[in-house]
Design a protein around this ligand. Structure first.
Ligand SMILES: [Zn+2]
Length: 125
């Protein structure tokens, strides 16, 4: 073993260096991940995130931006309204059936009204 070490010091040093580099990289990555998590937790609470998240959800659902202003008017209408336009219930983020929903026509993609989740799911249009 000793002879091997003496003969191959260069090679062993190389392995050691590589291992150290790997550990350093892993630690950096862990630290970066933790920072990213904290940053994203904060960012999720901002108005900017809420807006872009809501709009991307609408795009996925097929809501058409018929005002042609990057969904700004639709979003403004959506944020202003505080009660359901069918049952007049106040929106609540804690109860699933009281969530605010944008009701839209599935054929044309146009917005119909803003209502609670219950009305959106149960009332036949
Ligand atoms: Zn309702």
């Amino acid at each position: 073993m000793r002879i091997y070490v003496l003969k191959n010091t260069n090679h062993l040093n190389h392995i050691k260096k590589r291992l150290l580099y790997k550990i350093k990289k892993q630690n950096y990555f862990k630290k970066y991940q933790a920072e990213k998590k904290v940053y994203f937790k904060k960012y999720r609470k901002t108005e900017k995130f809420k807006k872009s998240h809501r709009i991307s959800h609408w795009k996925g659902a097929g809501v058409i931006d018929h005002y042609n202003d990057k969904y700004n008017t639709l979003y403004r209408i959506y944020t202003i309204q505080k009660i359901c336009s069918i049952c007049y219930k106040i929106f609540n983020t804690e109860k699933v059936m009281d969530y605010k929903c944008l009701d839209h026509c599935h054929k044309s993609g146009l917005m119909r009204r803003i209502c609670c989740n219950y009305c959106n799911l149960h009332i036949i249009k």
